[in-house]
Design a protein around this ligand. Structure first.
Ligand code: UN1
Length: 509
């Protein structure tokens, strides 16, 4: 494995990429230190905003809203089309920033930017398809219809693991729906955020859209809390832990705002006796070890039939032993670093708990590159056989720990799949169509995402993305998730010249 880049090399890479995207590095410099997980060293320092800046940002966004809501949706689509073009042009730059700031391997970082491009294309098409229904009225000479109107300012709080794509899912849709966006990105990845926002600023300037449509606030919990509390934020879209969602959801509801929550996952694969084990192994390893286990869709549990569980463990263990772990910027690496020491500690605590609860660590769990980079946290993805779904298995540990549990009947497997507090993603590997259908049926998987013969992660943007139970219930990205970003008006139009009342009510005057 090639050695890790030096602090100087990483800084140069990041600064050059950010500058090419249009970031004024002097203007954003400050005293909040940013660390690269690639080598665990200081990258640069940026300026932080405070809760007072939130109020100003909301006021600017509300002003922009008054203009933007009257711009025809297909014209709003023109802004998002330009953003998509700029993202395409700067795909490699943004991917570099994502790799440097959060440690994603080059291919996955580029994939994240591709999601941004894809959602822009989706949103441009959507800008001509914000359809309302026409409904038969019960009264003669009347028509019922519904109209979708812009909602207001959207606040986006995003996490380190998809530091830019989650913003783009919300922003591309919000903009065509007529809503300005205020973004509080992860403090761990401010440059990726500032670079993405700089591209949108350029698109806004070029298309003559109002300036206050897009704002970024680099800051800590106080900034997030001010967004949550602000009555000027009509929709708050927040991605993060279930704990964060528990703090955000009720507070937004208390002021009758809307929230869209994307919280934890504890995603499982059921492997049946008829599964193609080659394909299954590849599906499992990408979803469980890819992104160093730090996607909300990461596979954390394999529920394998007793007839195949040994074979599955053997194959996944063999793949794990050969995983190239190292610098995410080096060609050939498949597993980069964990984001920080707390993630490493969480992983070690989970492994210890698993052992105490009867688990056997088959492979992995160790640390790599500790001598070369004592402050970077490269972990060997761990494969752990468990006797059953114990407490630790029911928790989300945001690191590459994959638990394997045996099952005998499909009913039991589905029950195990569902018997966790989270409900994001799930999959079944099978060649038996009836089993696949049973998994997808009303009494099958209870997750927002239920797949067949692919992993739990790596969803396309065309579908609605999100999950049930402690995952928060939100849906963003494709399908009709746009409806969450608009308000619906029901219109009754009377062209009869009479005034018949609904429900046959008589009111003679
Ligand atoms: C996340 O981890 O927060 O389905 C989002 C996936 C990606 C999105 C993950 N398209 O894995």
């Amino acid at each position: 494995m090639t050695s890790l880049p030096t602090a100087e090399e990483l800084r140069r890479l990041a600064e050059d990429a950010a500058r090419r995207c249009g970031v004024d590095l002097d203007a954003v410099a400050g005293d909040h230190p940013v660390t690269s997980p690639v080598n665990g060293q200081h990258l640069l320092s940026v300026r932080r905003q405070t809760a007072t800046d939130v109020q100003d940002a909301v006021a600017r966004a509300q002003e922009a809203f008054l203009q933007w809501r009257t711009v025809p949706a297909p014209v709003r689509g023109g802004l998002v089309r330009r953003l998509g073009e700029l993202l395409r042009e700067h795909k490699a730059d943004l991917a570099t920033l994502v790799s440097v700031e959060v440690g994603k391997i080059t291919s996955e970082a580029a994939g994240e930017v591709q999601e941004m491009i894809d959602i822009c294309e989706f949103a441009v098409g959507l800008s001509r398809q914000l359809y309302g229904r026409t409904i038969s009225s019960e009264r003669p000479g009347h028509r019922l219809m519904e109209t979708w109107h812009p909602l207001g300012v959207v606040g986006v709080i995003s996490a380190f693991n998809f530091p830019v794509a989650v913003w783009s899912w919300n922003t591309a849709i919000a903009l065509v729906c007529g809503d300005p966006v205020i973004w509080k990105p992860s403090e761990l990845a401010p440059l990726s955020a500032l670079a993405s926002a700089a591209l949108l600023d350029r698109a806004i300037a070029e298309t003559g859209a109002p300036e206050g449509l897009s704002q970024v606030l680099i800051g800590g919990a106080d900034v997030g809390e001010a967004l949550v509390a602000s009555p000027g934020i009509a929709l708050l879209s927040a991605t993060g832990s279930t704990r964060m969602g528990r703090a955000v959801g009720p507070r937004v509801a208390d002021r009758f705002g809307r929230s869209l929550l994307e919280l934890g996952g504890n995603n499982a694969a059921i492997v049946t006796p008829s599964a193609d084990l080659d394909l299954t192994t590849r599906g499992i390893v990408f979803s469980a070890a890819g992104t160093a286990g730090q996607r909300c869709t990461t596979m954390r549990r394999v529920i394998a039939h007793v007839d195949v569980v040994d074979a599955v463990v053997e194959r996944v263990a063999a793949a794990y032993r050969n995983l190239p772990i190292g610098s995410p910027l080096a060609a050939g690496t498949l597993v980069g670093p964990l984001i920080h020491d707390a993630a490493w500690k969480g992983m070690q605590d989970a492994l210890q708990a698993a052992r105490q609860q009867g688990g056997e660590v088959v492979v992995g769990g160790g640390r790599r590159l500790a001598e070369e980079a004592p402050d970077a946290w490269y972990a060997e993805p761990a494969l752990v056989r468990m006797p059953g779904q114990t407490d630790i298995v029911r928790q989300e540990t945001f690191a590459p720990v994959l638990y394997v549990l045996p099952y005998r009947t499909l009913e039991e497997a589905v029950a195990l799949n569902n018997d966790v507090p989270q409900g994001l993603s799930s999959t079944i590997f099978t060649s038996d169509q009836a089993e696949a259908e049973r998994f997808l049926a009303a009494d099958g998987s209870d997750c927002g995402i239920a797949n067949v013969n692919i992993g739990t992660s790596g969803a396309e943007i065309g579908g609605a993305f999100g999950g049930e139970k402690q995952t928060g219930g939100g849906r963003e990205s494709g399908s009709d998730a746009w409806k969450g970003y608009m308000r619906r008006a029901t219109n009754t139009i009377n062209f009869s010249g009479e005034l018949p009342l609904a429900q046959g009510v008589e009111f003679p005057i």
